[in-house]
Write a protein that binds this ligand. Structure first.
Ligand code: APR
Length: 263
């Protein structure tokens, strides 16, 4: 990867001992999973978040909301991790003291080999009983055949809890809901203790998640941003790499350990 900044970024990564990799929807964009706020293609440009991603929306029309998340889950299941996800898994192998913190509800980090990723906004693959989160909940298998496949705008009744018959809800954090406490605490602690934070593919406008890179910066860590567009984190970041994650991350990783192996 050419240029002073990328080489400096690679050097910082190669020398880091405690790394946090903070990701948003942009890391999965090149796997065909839409982001939220990109013009036209972003989910919120096409769908009304208030009608689909709030507890009130689920109570008002559970079939519409469940159908929408089943459509998103099906899309993610058909997607594959991209070289950006794979590079992050490599960083975790190369730097034992590294932590992956994601806002994404897909499972592409895990499928790329990342262990124990912290999901701040839940997961499309962790449905739960709306009455008691402790009640086990599973997905009913979608019958074969295209006609049965979840698709945009299709209403699908949510399954019922086997323990108490309450509705099963998607395991994601909806607008207006608190983040899972253990996940948020672990992310804050990792950010406060790291020496380098990579922020990848997030618009950094949704709080409290967007506070994570700021906590790292306030704690003396170096922040490096990877995003083709400017974000509010430009000022917080020592280095802004304007590019796509699936191109920038593999090059950064290759360069970082090429440099260290040479020494
Ligand atoms: N590589 C890197 N970054 C990319 C790429 C790419 N290939 N494509 C797009 N981006 C960047 C965009 O420029 C944008 O800044 O990714 C960012 C995606 O921003 P959002 O769509 O706002 O997604 P995110 O920041 O993850 O949203 C945060 O908002 O809607 C809620 O709960 C949802 O977790 C989500 C949260």
């Amino acid at each position: 990867m050419d240029g002073v900044l990328p080489r400096r970024a690679a050097q910082l990564l190669g020398d880091a001992r405690r790394v946090v990799i903070f990701t948003g929807a942009g890391i999965s964009a090149e796997s065909g999973v839409p982001t939220f706020r990109d013009d036209l293609t972003g989910l919120w440009a096409r769908f009304d978040a208030q009608r689909l991603a709030t507890a009130e929306a689920f109570h008002a029309d559970p079939d519409l909301v469940w159908g929408w998340y089943e459509w998103r889950r099906t899309r993610v299941s058909r997607a594959e991790p991209n070289p950006g996800h794979l590079a992050i898994a490599t960083i975790q192998t190369r730097v034992p003291g590294s932590t992956v913190v994601t806002q994404n509800v897909d499972d592409l980090h895990e499928r790329a080999g990342t262990r124990a990723a912290i999901h701040l906004h839940g997961s499309l693959f962790a449905p739960r009983c709306i009455a008691a989160a402790a009640h086990p909940a599973t997905f009913e298998d979608t019958p074969d055949g295209e006609a049965a496949q979840p698709h945009e705008g299709r209403r699908i009744p949510p399954p019922r809890c086997a323990s108490c018959s309450a509705l099963i809800r998607p395991g994601v954090v909806w607008f207006g809901e608190a983040l899972p406490e253990a996940a948020l605490t672990a992310a804050v602690e990792a950010a406060a203790a790291c020496d380098l934070l990579l922020t990848v593919g997030t618009s950094a406008v949704v709080y409290p998640a967007a506070e994570i890179p700021r906590i790292a910066a306030r704690s003396g860590a170096t922040v490096i941003q990877i995003n083709p567009q400017p974000t509010p984190l430009d000022q917080v970041s020592a280095i802004n790499l304007r590019g796509n994650a699936a191109q920038v991350l593999p090059a950064l990783v290759a360069d970082a350990w090429e440099q260290t192996d040479e020494r």
